[in-house]
Ligand binder design. Structure first.
Ligand SMILES: Nc1nc2c(c(=O)[nH]1)N[C@H]1C(S)=C(S)[C@@H](COP(=O)(O)O)O[C@H]1N2
Ligand SMILES: [Mo]
Length: 332
């Protein structure tokens, strides 16, 4: 396993789903491990790791779509970080995509069910030029950029991912938002065959997310079509996903089929399912604990020791002014 030091024994109270996941993977590779005790965390608060099971190992990427091999044309973009990138293997095998299963390795294993061509996206609501647009036509006018961003999951792990995409604002402008457009709503595909996790009502499908219009127009907010210079793997949200790096990872909705501009705030999946745990804004904030765990620190995937979590995930300079007047200690 490249760049990873074998973890020492962890007191059982500190065992996270990620630590268990990494151990399980070591196990699958033939290393001896000791299964841990009780687990905490996970968006659902479930025991996300059923200790060690016999799930077959997945090839890195876990995606049968041959698209994934194609390199993308892109140039470096702003807001890069010089932090070490999470490995491709970790970023494509440790995922949250509940439509493809709730365990971290389910999305890669089930990714082949999702067909990302043909694909179209409906742009609806408060726009002068609504319509449904094929994914190729959606992407074509945009010069692709690489954006190396931190991704901070609400479960207190993080990654550094070199996304390839373009500013969300540039797409929205093409459809001419009306003066009544105050929010943007996003929806993921609903299809029980392609997204077998939707056979269970873990969430009220479709997965929905939303941004206030000024957040959506912020230059940090991008739509990603690739990562690590390649087409986005299905488990990471192909063919089109949102990336809003100052917010908890659940805002970065995957496999988008609808973008709807609205006057009123849209419902968002995690807020609807558990309103006392997940707010609409969901800005990364180390001072506001999740009701069931601290948000003060995070485990960078590939590292063992935890590091402090930064306000707005380190993007305060770009976005703090959007929230002037709001109490930053509150869970929004
Ligand atoms: N449609 C959809 N989008 C989703 C999710 C999901 O379950 N369904 N999970 C979210 C969560 S909780 C996180 S942390 C990120 C994970 O992105 P990654 O797997 O590419 O790292 O995707 C987000 N987008
Ligand atoms: Mo997350």
């Amino acid at each position: 396993m490249p760049n990873r030091i074998a973890p020492p024994r962890i007191p059982s109270g500190e065992i996270t789903p990620e630590a268990v996941f990494l151990r399980r993977r070591e196990f699958l590779r033939g290393a001896a491990i000791v299964a841990g005790g009780a687990l905490v965390g996970g968006c659902m608060g479930e025991d996300t790791a059923s200790a060690v099971d016999a799930t077959p190992a997945v090839a890195a990427g876990g995606n049968s779509d041959s698209d994934i091999d194609s390199a993308l044309d892109y140039r470096p973009g702003p807001f890069a970080t010089d932090e070490e990138h999470t490995s491709w293997e970790d970023a494509t095998s440790y995922n949250n995509f509940y439509e493809l299963g709730t365990d971290k390795d389910d999305p890669a294993r089930n990714a082949h069910h999702l067909r990302t061509r043909p694909w179209s996206v409906a742009i609806e609501g408060e726009v002068a030029k609504p319509g449904r647009i094929g994914i190729e036509d959606l992407i074509r006018p945009h010069a692709l950029e690489e954006r190396v961003y931190r991704l901070r999951c609400v479960e207190a792990w993080s990654m550094v991912i070199p996304w390839v995409g373009f500013p969300l604002s540039d797409l929205l402008k093409r459809f001419d938002p009306t003066s009544r457009a105050k929010y943007v709503e996003f929806e993921t595909l609903v299809d029980r065959e392609q997204l077998p996790g939707q056979r269970r009502r873990v969430l009220d499908w479709p997965y929905r997310e939303g941004l206030r219009m000024d957040e959506a127009m912020n230059p940090l907010a991008i739509l990603a079509v690739g990562m690590y210079g390649k087409v986005l793997p299905n488990q990471n949200g192909a063919p089109l996903r949102l990336v809003v790096p100052w917010k908890y990872g659940f805002k970065s909705i995957k496999s988008i089929v609808t973008i709807r501009l609205r006057e009123d705030p849209p419902p968002t999946s995690w807020n609807v399912s558990t309103p006392d745990e997940y707010g609409f804004f969901a800005n990364v904030n180390p001072d506001v604990d999740h009701p069931r765990w601290s948000q003060a620190r995070e485990r960078r995937i590939g590292e063992f020791r935890k590091r402090p979590t930064l306000p707005f995930n380190g993007y305060g300079e770009q976005v703090a002014s959007l929230y002037a007047g709001m109490d930053p200690r509150k869970l929004y």
